[in-house]
Design a protein around this ligand. Structure first.
Ligand SMILES: Nc1ncnc2c1ncn2[C@@H]1O[C@H](COP(=O)(O)OP(=O)(O)OP(=O)(O)O)[C@@H](O)[C@H]1O
Length: 947
C-alpha cells in the first residue's frame, strides 16, 4: 500500500512526486443531505468558492470515524461526496498512506482500499468476500475471519459504479466465504449484513450519492476543495521561490482564482504556468479560461513532440494534430450524448481504434485516461469534464472553419461567417435547462479570439480578426436584454463576453458605481446582469454588498433583485440585509430563485421592518436537494397583516431544519404565536444552526413564549441570542428567564399593549419649543401646531433659528422606538435633528448637514435628504399626514404616508447609527402649516375638514 499510494502524478510528462509532499489539506465539512446534483462541476465550483460559510462543521480525515460523544451509535458508514476533481481519490490515498505508515487511524487493523472502476471490471465474476480480498490483496491470504478485527473498506468513486446495486431486491448474505455475484456482495457489505462490524468509507460525486439508502449511512461529509489559504499553500508547495508572483497573478484574474477552489484546476493551472515560466522570462500568463486551456493543450502537445521527435520543439506534428482532432470528435459526440466515460465501442465509433487509443492515453496521460480494467472493458475519460468541453468546442470550431459544416445544426455554409456558428451555439446553450452547454459556449467563443488562435496556429484555421466578432458580441448583448432568461444563463453570457475580451458592459457599470449612483440611470437588463457579474467577479471577497451606498431607488432595487438572485445562487454571499426595503412581489419572486438554489450559502437574512406579514413557503420542488431557504416574502404596505397561516408555516420549519442560516431577523413583522410555534419546530431540528433570532415587535404572547422556552431547553437548540422585546410573553417570561444562562434573552419592554399591529404602539408625545421657532413661524397655544406667518417679534435666544430657513425643533429629544404623525399643509420639511445643529446660515437647513435627516414635500413632490444628499421619492399629494418611526437602537428612521383609513405606505428609511437623542423638527414655506397629531385622542382623519 505504501508503494501504491506514496507517489502521485506531478506533471504532464508523467513525472511523479511523493504524495506527502504534494498533498495540501482540503476543506471537508460534515453534514449535508444527499442531493441530486444536475449542476456542472465547474459552475458548481464557481458558486462554491470564496470564503467558507461560517457555521459549517469541518472535519479532518483522521476524525471521520470518531463517534459523536452524544450519540451512542458507532460510525459504520461514512459517505463522502464532492464534485469531480475536488480531491476525493487523493484524500482516500492520503488516508491509506497515513495508516500504512503508522501516522493515523492506528485503531484500524485492516484497511482495504478499492475503486469502483476496479470493481466494474469484475462485474460478471463471482466472488466471496474473502476471495475478493485475496484477489486484490495478496498479504491477506490465509485470512478468513474478520470478527475480532477493526476493518475498514474504502470504496472510491461510487458515481462510476457499473454494478446494479439494488438494495430492495438483493437477498441477504452474511457468510464472507459464500461465493456470489459482485453486486450482491457489495450491497450486503454496504447495508451491514455482511461483516456488520466492518466500517465503510464510500466516496462519490454528488449526483450518485443517493444510490446508498439513507438508513445505511452514519454520516455524510463533503469535500469542498481548497479554501483561499489552502489554494495559496498548494501554489507555495508547487512553485516555492516563484510562488508569490504566481499567486498574485492568479489572484488578479478572479475567474481563475475562483476555479482554483478545485484541486484539479490548481493542477492544470500549475502545469501551464510552470511550463510558461520555464520557457520565457516574464511570459504572458493566461487571462481567460479559454486561454488557460489553450496553453494546457499546447503544453501537452509539446511534451508529446519532444518524446516523438527527440527533443525537437515542433509545435504541431501531424500525428499530434490528428490525435487532438480525433479526441475533439470523441469529446463533442459524447458531450452531446451526456457521456463522461467511454468504452472501446465509443472510440471505434469515432474512428479511433483501441491500439491508437491506448497510445493516446499513454501520451496524453493527463488529458485522457485509460482505466486499468483487469479483464473486462477498458474505460476512458477526460481528466475533467471541462477538458472534454474544451476539446468539443475546438472540434466544432475547426469543423466549421475548415469545411463550412455547422455541427450544431448539421448545416453546410459556404460563407463561413463566425456569427452564424456563434448564434446557433448561443441559442442552443440558452435553451438548456441545466446549463450543460454553458462552458462549451464559453470555450467556443473564446476560441474566436485571435490571440488564442495564434497559440493554436498549425492546429486551427485562422478565422479573421477580432473585429469579425462584433456581430456575435452584438447578438449576445441583445440576448441579455431579452426577457425570460434565467439569471444563470445571463451570467454565462457575461462570461462569454469576458472570454471574447469585450468588457464594455462591465465598464459602464464600473463607471456608475464609481459615481456612487445606480438610481439615476435607467439601467437595461443587460446592465443589471453586468452588475451581478461584477459583484461575483470582484476582487474583494464579497460577503456584504451595501446597496444603500449607491442610493438605489425603488426601481433600482427591483432591478437589482434579479442580479441579487444570481449572486445568491452562485456565490457564497453569507449575509443579506433587505431591511427597510419595499421588496414587492416581483422583486421577491426574482430573489427567491436565488434563495432556492442549492449552492446558496446565505447565513444571515435580515428582513427588519420589511412589512413582512406573511411568510409563505413553497414545498421543496427539487426532491432531495437541500434548500437553504425557500421563502417567498410577501410585502404588504402598512403593518396590517393576516399573520402566519399554519399551512404556510410548516415548510418554514423544514427550511430552518435544512439550512445553515445562523441569524434571522424578523423584527417588526406580524408573526404572532402560531407563526412562532411553527418556527420552533424548525428550531428544534438537529440540523438547524440558528444562533440569533430576533422577533422584536412580532406580536408574540404567552403561547409563543412558552414554545420558545421549550425550544431553548431542548438539547439540539443552537440559539444563543433571542430578542423578544416589545412582545407580551406573559407568564411564559418566567420560563424564559430561567433559561437565560443558555441563551441571552431580551424580554423588555413587555406588555399587552405591544400586541397591536403596526408602529402606532410606539407613539410618543412631545411639543414644539418656542425658543427655537424662527420669526416667521407661529406656534399654537399648546405648542402642537406651527404656521408660517408674517414676521413675529421674538426675544433673542441662542436656540432660535435665524436667517433664511423658517424652522422649529421639539422640546424633547427622542431615543429608542418612537412613532409620531403630523398633518401638513403647503410645503414643508419633516425632520429629526441632533440638538447641536447650527441655528443660522446654510448649514442649519434640516437635512443639509450630517446632524439631521429630512423628508421634504414641495409641490406634492416627496424627497429625502441627509448631509446634503437629496433623493426624490415621487409625487403624491399637496396635503396629508406623514408618520415617522424612529428606532434609534436599530439605527432606522422611517417615513410613511398615512392614508385616511389609517394604512401606512412606506416612503423611505434612513439607516444610520444615531449617537445622540433626536429632536423632531420642521421647516415651513409660506402658507404652510404642520400639526403634531395626538394619536390617543385624535378623531379619524376623514372626519376633519380638508381631508
Ligand atoms: N489534497 C490535494 N493536494 C494536492 N493536490 C490534490 C489534492 N487533491 C487533489 N489534488 C489534485 O487534483 C487532482 C484530482 O483529484 P482527485 O482525483 O482526487 O479528484 P476526485 O474528487 O477523485 O475526482 P473524480 O470525481 O473526477 O474522480 C489530483 O490528480 C491532484 O493533482
Amino acid at each position: 500500500m505504501q508503494q501504491k499510494f506514496s507517489l502521485v502524478f506531478k506533471d504532464v510528462a508523467g513525472d511523479s512526486a511523493p504524495l506527502t509532499q504534494i498533498y495540501t489539506d482540503l476543506y471537508i465539512t460534515e453534514g449535508g443531505a444527499l442531493e441530486v446534483n444536475q449542476e456542472h462541476e465547474v459552475r458548481h465550483m464557481e458558486t462554491a468558492s470564496r470564503t467558507p460559510a461560517a457555521p459549517e462543521t469541518t472535519i479532518t480525515c483522521e476524525d471521520l470515524f470518531k463517534s459523536d460523544p452524544r450519540s451512542p451509535e458507532p460510525i459504520r458508514l461514512v459517505l463522502t461526496k464532492g464534485v469531480a476533481g475536488v480531491g476525493k481519490t487523493v484524500l482516500t490515498q492520503k488516508f491509506s498512506l497515513d495508516w500504512a505508515e503508522g501516522r493515523a487511524n492506528q485503531d484500524l487493523q485492516l484497511l482495504f482500499p478499492f475503486t469502483f472502476r476496479q470493481l466494474n471490471a469484475l462485474r460478471d465474476t463471482q466472488f466471496s468476500l474473502v476471495g475478493l480480498l485475496h484477489h486484490f490483496f495478496s498479504p491477506s491470504k490465509g485470512l478468513c475471519s474478520f470478527h475480532q478485527l477493526q476493518v475498514l473498506f474504502i470504496l472510491d468513486g461510487l458515481d462510476e459504479c457499473r454494478l446494479a446495486l439494488d438494495f430492495s431486491r438483493t437477498w441477504i448474505l452474511t457468510d464472507p466465504t459464500e461465493t456470489v455475484s459482485l453486486h450482491v456482495l457489495l450491497v450486503n457489505l454496504i447495508r451491514g449484513s455482511l461483516l456488520p462490524s466492518a466500517r465503510l468509507w464510500i466516496t462519490t460525486r454528488p449526483a450518485a450519492a443517493n444510490q446508498i439508502p439513507a438508513e445505511c449511512i452514519s454520516i455524510v461529509t463533503e469535500v469542498r476543495g481548497f479554501t483561499d489559504p489552502q489554494k495559496k499553500q498548494y501554489f507555495r508547495t508547487r512553485f516555492r521561490d516563484q510562488s508569490t508572483a504566481v499567486i498574485s497573478h492568479i489572484k488578479s484574474i478572479r475567474s481563475l482564482y475562483i476555479m482554483c477552489h478545485l484541486p484539479v484546476f490548481c493542477w492544470i493551472l500549475s502545469t501551464v504556468l510552470q511550463k510558461l515560466l520555464e520557457q520565457t522570462e516574464g511570459p504572458e500568463l493566461p487571462q481567460t479560461l479559454t486561454q488557460m486551456y489553450v496553453h494546457f493543450l499546447v503544453v501537452q502537445a509539446k511534451v508529446q513532440n519532444i518524446k516523438n521527435h527527440q527533443g525537437a520543439e515542433l509545435h504541431w506534428a501531424p500525428e499530434t494534430r490528428e490525435m487532438v482532432r480525433s479526441l475533439g470528435k470523441l469529446a463533442f459526440e459524447q458531450l452531446q450524448k451526456g457521456n463522461l466515460n467511454f468504452y472501446e465501442s465509443d472510440l471505434s465509433e469515432c474512428g479511433l481504434d483501441t491500439a491508437v487509443a491506448s497510445m493516446y492515453s499513454g501520451v496524453f496521460t493527463r488529458v485522457f485516461r485509460e482505466e486499468a480494467g483487469l479483464y473486462q472493458d477498458k474505460v476512458y475519460c477526460f481528466i475533467h469534464l471541462s477538458v472534454q468541453e474544451f476539446l468539443a468546442a475546438l472540434h466544432v470550431h475547426h469543423t466549421f472553419f475548415s469545411s463550412g459544416r455547422n455541427l450544431l445544426e448539421q448545416k453546410l455554409h459556404f460563407k463561413r461567417k463566425p456569427e452564424v456558428l456563434h448564434r446557433s451555439a448561443v441559442d442552443q446553450a440558452l435553451q438548456s435547462q441545466t446549463g450543460h452547454l454553458d462552458l462549451f459556449l464559453r470555450f467556443l467563443l473564446g476560441l474566436s479570439v485571435s490571440t488564442n488562435q495564434r497559440l493554436l496556429q498549425g492546429l486551427l484555421t485562422q478565422t479573421g480578426s477580432d473585429r469579425t466578432n462584433q456581430e456575435t458580441i452584438k447578438y449576445i448583448k441583445q440576448k441579455l436584454n431579452e426577457k425570460g432568461l434565467s439569471a444563470e444563463r445571463k451570467l454565462n453570457l457575461l462570461h462569454c463576453l469576458n472570454e471574447m475580451n469585450d468588457l464594455s458592459l462591465v465598464k459602464e457599470i464600473q463607471k456608475n458605481l464609481r459615481g456612487g449612483r445606480l438610481s439615476k440611470r435607467n439601467m437595461s437588463p443587460a446592465q443589471w446582469s453586468a452588475l451581478s457579474f461584477l459583484l461575483l467577479s470582484s476582487d474583494s471577497d464579497l460577503e456584504e454588498f451595501d446597496l444603500r451606498k449607491y442610493q438605489a431607488s425603488e426601481t433600482a432595487f427591483l432591478g437589482l433583485c434579479g442580479p441579487l438572485a444570481s449572486v445568491l445562487s452562485s456565490s457564497s454571499l453569507t449575509h443579506l440585509d433587505l431591511s427597510h426595503n419595499d421588496l414587492q412581489d416581483s422583486g421577491v419572486e426574482l430573489l427567491c430563485d436565488g434563495l432556492k438554489s442549492a449552492p446558496c450559502r446565505l447565513l444571515t437574512l435580515s428582513c427588519h421592518n420589511c412589512c413582512l406579514n406573511e411568510l409563505h413557503l413553497e414545498p421543496n420542488t427539487m426532491g432531495d436537494v437541500t434548500l437553504p431557504l425557500s421563502t417567498s416574502l410577501y410585502t404588504v404596505y402598512g403593518l396590517i397583516g393576516c399573520g402566519l397561516s399554519p399551512h404556510s408555516c410548516g415548510p418554514l420549519a423544514s427550511v430552518l431544519s435544512s439550512s445553515g442560516l445562523t441569524r434571522l431577523d424578523l423584527s417588526h413583522n406580524y408573526l404572532q404565536d402560531s407563526g412562532v410555534e411553527l418556527l420552533c419546530c424548525g428550531l428544534k431540528s438537529a440540523i438547524c444552526r440558528l444562533e440569533t433570532l430576533r422577533l422584536s415587535g412580532c406580536l408574540v404572547s404567552e403561547r409563543g413564549g412558552a414554545a420558545l422556552a421549550s425550544t431553548l431547553s431542548s438539547t439540539s437548540s443552537h440559539l444563543r441570542e433571542l430578542d423578544l422585546s416589545y412582545n407580551h410573553p406573559g407568564p411564559s417570561a418566567e420560563l424564559l428567564t430561567a433559561l437565560r444562562e443558555l441563551c441571552p434573552l431580551l424580554l423588555d419592554p413587555a406588555g399587552e399593549h405591544w400586541l397591536v399591529p403596526g408602529p402606532r404602539k410606539y407613539s410618543c408625545e412631545f411639543s414644539l419649543d418656542p425658543n427655537t421657532a424662527h420669526k416667521y413661524l407661529l406656534l399654537s397655544e399648546d405648542n402642537l401646531t406651527v404656521t408660517f406667518v408674517k414676521e413675529q417679534q421674538y426675544p433673542d435666544h441662542e436656540d432660535r433659528f435665524t436667517g433664511m430657513y423658517s424652522q422649529v425643533l421639539s422640546c424633547t429629544g427622542l431615543r429608542g422606538r418612537c412613532y409620531w404623525e403630523v398633518d401638513w399643509n403647503g410645503e414643508v420639511s419633516i425632520a429629526v435633528s441632533y440638538r447641536k445643529i447650527r441655528r443660522s446660515g446654510i448649514e442649519c437647513r434640516l437635512g443639509n448637514n450630517d446632524q439631521s435627516w429630512s423628508l421634504t414635500i414641495c409641490d406634492g413632490m416627496y424627497s429625502v435628504c441627509h448631509n446634503g444628499k437629496q433623493t426624490c421619492i415621487g409625487l403624491f399629494s399637496s396635503s396629508g399626514r406623514v408618520g415617522v418611526f424612529l428606532d434609534s437602537e436599530a439605527g432606522a428612521l422611517s417615513f410613511y404616508k398615512v392614508f385616511s383609513y389609517g394604512k401606512l405606505f412606506h416612503l423611505h428609511t434612513f439607516c444610520s447609527s444615531f449617537s445622540e437623542p433626536l429632536f423632531p423638527g420642521f421647516r415651513l414655506w409660506p402658507d404652510s402649516e404642520v400639526t403634531l397629531v395626538n394619536l390617543n385622542t385624535q378623531r379619524p382623519l376623514e372626519d376633519r375638514p380638508g381631508h
